[in-house]
Design a protein around this ligand. Structure first.
Ligand code: NAD
Length: 481
């Protein structure tokens, strides 16, 4: 299979405004998941590079703070415009290193640009407030200031959007950063950093560390004491390790972690809408999204019809390399993801699940969209984050049963509810232990919304008014009258 040519992209580290190789010159390959072939080699940062990067961020704090809110907003607007202008080039890069269909990559570029636009406006709204002490004798002036240098760690599944959700509010708040992208997809972050640099960011405002040894490089940055905040998006397992490490420095943290989204279809749901929403919530990003519907919990009276319609739609999707016309389902990210997909299907079948579509052997990293019904409690795919195009269907009779099943997980990122009854919808929104709910919608995320989870899905929010607050400290002055 021959892939389109790789767009022009930096392959070295960005530290203090200089593009430079890793100390010692080490590199590591970045694969195209559709072909399994290496696309290019990028710099493999070690501990000395990591320390240089966080020092460069700390050195840039003053230059960034010297920019007025209007100047920071204008910088973010220029980044937004450049992303929109260069959509085709960036989308191709995302598809080549991550695998998703090109139409979805274009959507990701637009989504990332939205965050630069949103936080350009938020940069202008960093305010404070004035209070009077109960005695009436002291005025209190509350201010919000940049927390300081930030370490931003992103996963591979949305190579542009996850960086955008962190860098845009960091710049808006006046925080310099070190961005550490996932080793599977460093290229999009390098290109984003170049675009931010070309848009006029002060040297050192954004530094990029690509590394195949994340534990060492990240550990060095945290232990340096120079980073004042960590914003991490990735698995709950790694998030817990990093929380423990940050505790020693008493660092601020935002954690966007794993999910196990329930998708509840009530007996009064509009079936057409529910199937459409299910397809979106399950298949976006080849099922490799923290917001992916992981468990379908369907009213018994509708289950047969819902299952056969969803299976028909999922079975008709075009599985092909993401750059090919008409591709709707690209490859999984790596061989381990394919092995996990196969293991989860086998386990469900061993426990008596019925195949409605799919469940055929993978070809390379391309797996077939699969729907399984009659999935028994205790089946591994109900407990684990699937991260692939696999839809397990379970049924319920009473609403409380659906809520109990939906909440029966350590995760609490997003839930989906389909019903035509407003009261039922509001009741479910209230009783689901989750950070976000899609009510008759298979998509919840946008720049204005405070994206994030409860329980082991994380701490903090990205987007909305809340997004910038994660990068601001509160200080006040007490002024006797
Ligand atoms: P991951 O946890 O393996 O890796 C995430 C990042 O952490 C990568 O940059 C990786 O290099 C780094 N990392 C890995 N081990 C590390 C260590 N020991 N020390 C320091 N850094 C380390 O996750 P992934 O496989 O890249 O991404 C998939 C996961 O991300 C899923 O669980 C998914 O749900 C989650 N995710 C969550 C959100 C959200 O907003 N809640 C969004 C996207 C993805």
């Amino acid at each position: 299979m021959s892939a389109p040519a790789l767009p022009d992209v930096p392959t070295t580290l960005l530290i203090g405004g200089s593009w430079r190789p890793a100390a010692g010159g080490a590199t590591f390959p970045v694969d195209n998941p559709a072909t399994g072939q290496a696309l290019i080699e990028v710099a493999d940062a070690g501990v000395p590079d990591a320390l240089d990067a966080i020092r460069a961020a700390a050195d840039a704090q003053q230059a960034l703070a010297a920019l007025s809110p209007a100047q920071r907003a204008a910088l973010l607007r220029r980044v937004e415009a450049a992303l929109r202008d260069r959509t085709d080039e960036i989308a191709l890069l995302i598809t080549l290193e991550m695998g998703k269909p090109i139409a979805e990559s274009r959507g990701e570029v637009g989504y990332a640009a939205d965050f630069f636009g949103w936080f350009a406006d938020e940069a202008l709204r960093i305010g404070g407030d004035y209070r009077l002490a109960p005695t009436g004798l002291t005025r209190i002036l509350v201010q919000h200031k940049a927390v300081g240098p930030c370490l931003l760690i992103t996963p591979w599944n949305f190579p542009l959007a996850m960086g955008a959700r962190k860098i845009a509010p960091a710049i808006a708040a006046g925080c310099p950063s070190v961005l550490k992208p996932a080793e599977q997809t460093p290229l999009t972050s390098l290109l984003l950093a170049r675009i931010i640099e070309e848009s006029g960011a002060p040297p050192g405002a954004v530094n990029v560390l690509t590394t195949s040894r994340p534990a060492e490089a990240v550990g060095a940055v945290i232990d340096s004491g120079l980073a004042r905040k960590l914003s991490f998006t990735g698995s709950t397992e790694v998030g817990k390790l990093l929380l423990a490490r940050c505790a020693a420095q008493v660092m601020r943290t935002s954690m966007e972690l794993g999910g196990n989204a329930p998708f509840i279809v009530c007996a009064d749901a509009d079936l057409d809408e529910a199937v459409e929403g299910a397809l979106l919530a399950k298949m976006r990003n080849i099922g490799q999204a923290c917001t992916a519907a992981n468990r379908f919990i369907v009213a018994e009276s509708l289950a047969g019809e819902f299952t056969s319609r969803l299976a028909k739609r999922m079975g008709a999707l075009t599985v092909a390399a993401g750059w090919l016309d008409g591709s709707q389902v690209g490859p999984l990210i790596d061989d381990a993801a394919v092995e996990k997909f196969d293991r989860l299907v086998r386990d469900a079948l061993d426990r008596g699940a019925t195949v409605e579509t799919g469940a055929v052997p993978a070809i390379g990293r391309f797996v077939t969209p699969t729907v399984l019904s009659g999935v028994a409690p205790g089946t591994a795919l109900l407990d684990e984050e699937i991260f692939g195009p696999l839809a397990p269907i379970t049924t319920f009779r009473a609403e409380e049963e659906a809520v109990r099943a939906a909440n029966g997980t350590p995760y609490g990122l997003v839930s989906y509810v389909y019903t035509r009854d407003l009261r039922r919808a509001l009741r479910l929104v209230g009783s689901l232990a989750t950070g976000m709910v899609g009510v008759n919608s298979g998509v919840v995320s946008n720049a204005a919304a405070p994206f994030g989870g409860v329980k082991q899905s994380g701490l903090g929010r990205e987007g909305g008014f809340e997004g910038i607050a994660e990068y601001l400290d509160t200080t006040y002055a007490a002024i006797p009258v």
